[in-house]
Design a protein around this ligand. Structure first.
Ligand code: HEM
Length: 234
């Protein structure tokens, strides 16, 4: 069996927890008087939270030098895909019984579905090619394809902003969720701006060099130059 660190175990358990809570609430008749709407909203909320969490791993590593976080990007991305699919199936299957004509007609009343569908359609190839085998097979193209995740997050936030009952642009109504999501996404995007990223990464390199220089000579020699100068993140 694959050896997971305590952090990896915690993340996997935390990601399964919302599904367990959702199923338990449904089975015990505690999923509000409108269980379909509650399940759609909860699975959507979980999907966007995990999607943003997966995007936060690289910036958190850049800021705090935590390479162990990089291993969490793939599982988090897959959990986000899982919950987004569940969210879409709750709407199309549970609510609309997979009646294609009715689903298409519902888009006229709910234009936010277009952004949601686009986000999920773009997320699907990323989930399907997330395995290391595809990373090797696609080479540089893999990285370019996977950069799409930022566009997907923007689409998901637009979908959320349009779906809630409120006017996001006028800052009126129940808009705290899209507001929080767009704030988090903006911060994650700002940290990735190349000059800023270079400054933050250089700060760590300097910090690590100072640490190594302070170590006893034998220990410091164990650090190869490549370990110190290796590029951070992806
Ligand atoms: C990556 C893809 C997607 C993400 C991250 C996402 C996320 C969300 C979020 C966070 C909400 C707001 C929930 C709330 O009010 O608390 C929402 C609402 C909604 N989404 Fe999605 N969504 C995605 C794709 C889709 C797709 C493909 C569909 C259907 C075809 C869909 C259908 C809906 C519906 C119907 C609502 C309104 C629920 C309600 O308030 O009654 N979403 N979505």
């Amino acid at each position: 069996m694959k050896h997971w660190s305590r952090l990896q175990w915690t993340v996997h358990i935390l990601c399964w927890l919302p599904l367990v809570i959702l199923v338990a609430a449904y089975l015990t008749d505690n999923l509000t008087i409108n269980p379909i709407q509650a399940a759609t909203q909860r699975s959507g909320d979980v999907a966007i939270i995990i999607l943003l969490a997966s995007l936060a791993m690289t910036p958190l590593h850049i800021l705090f030098n935590l390479p162990q976080l990089l291993k969490l990007r793939r599982p988090l991305g897959l959990y986000a895909f899982f919950y987004a699919t569940l969210h879409m199936l709750t709407y199309t299957g549970w609510d609309y019984q997979f009646d294609f004509n009715l689903i298409v007609a519902s888009i006229a009343d709910k234009p936010y579905l277009i952004a949601g569908l686009l986000a999920l359609s773009l997320l699907t190839p990323l989930a399907l090619t997330s395995h290391r085998w595809w990373q090797m097979a696609l080479g540089k193209a893999w990285k370019r394809i996977h950069m799409l995740v930022y566009g997907i997050a923007v689409l998901a936030v637009i979908h959320l902003a349009m779906a809630v009952k409120g006017d996001f642009l006028r800052l009126q109504g129940d808009i705290w969720k899209p507001l929080a999501a767009s704030l988090v996404l903006s911060l994650l995007l700002i940290v990735r701006i190349p000059p800023l990223r270079r400054v933050l990464t250089a700060r760590h390199r300097r910090g690590r060099l100072v640490k190594i220089n302070r170590q006893p000579a034998r220990k410091a020699a164990a650090h190869t130059p490549s370990e110190v100068t290796a590029p951070e993140g992806e």
